[in-house]
Design a binder for this molecule. Sequence first.
Ligand SMILES: C[S@@+](CC[C@H](N)C(=O)[O-])C[C@H]1O[C@@H](n2cnc3c(N)ncnc32)[C@H](O)[C@@H]1O
Length: 215
Amino acid sequence: MATGYGMSEPAALRDFWNKPTLAEAREMILPRGTDWDERTAWVIPQILTPFIEKHLPLRATAVEIGCGIGRLMRAVKPRCAFVVGLDISEAMIGFARQEIAGCVGMEVLLCDGFGFPMPPEMADLVYSVICFQHIPTREMILRYLSESFRVLKHGGLIRVQTHMGEPHRNGFGGMHGYFYRSLDDFAAEFASCGFEIVEAERRDEIYLWCSGLKK
Ligand SMILES: C[S@@+](CC[C@H](N)C(=O)[O-])C[C@H]1O[C@@H](n2cnc3c(N)ncnc32)[C@H](O)[C@@H]1O
């Protein structure tokens, strides 16, 4: 396992992710992202919606950790009754609010790097895509997994992606997260927070996906 090179204070994380314009926020989410919807569109049909269809009840409540401007929330919403996005950046939350304005059953909330501002046992699914690879410490990752366990109903599921390997100082524009050296190391974190592992896979060499069940 390897420590990230990014700043670890929530205030510093906020500063890093806060961008003044929507165009800059999109560039942060997916650099050189003129075709950004297309470049990661595969995540939704290949990884998120089959999982939702296979495992979740109709009219599920989903929570996204690190929702950015709400790109994946909008894609997941047709399969869910309610989708809540959490993000550490006020600017991302502000842009997401604009993007989802007028959409029924969608909400975004600021989170502080510690807890999730929501009651226990309210969600059927917690998911996160291209966020954990930027979370700088193992402690914060474990807090987020524990908080996910708290907000999930019994029978609820978590599905999270991160990046595997050695952090490199200039990676991710300097906001390199805490990396895991193996799929087993990553899956062990879910188990340590109470989840039963449902699926764990490594894709395209560097991406780790782990799904867990709260029994
Ligand atoms: C690369 S973007 C991905 C956004 C969204 N998941 C998507 O795929 O469109 C990463 C997002 O995670 C948020 N983020 C980074 N570190 C975070 C943390 N420790 N807690 C919550 N959100 C975080 C950033 O503000 C940013 O909006």
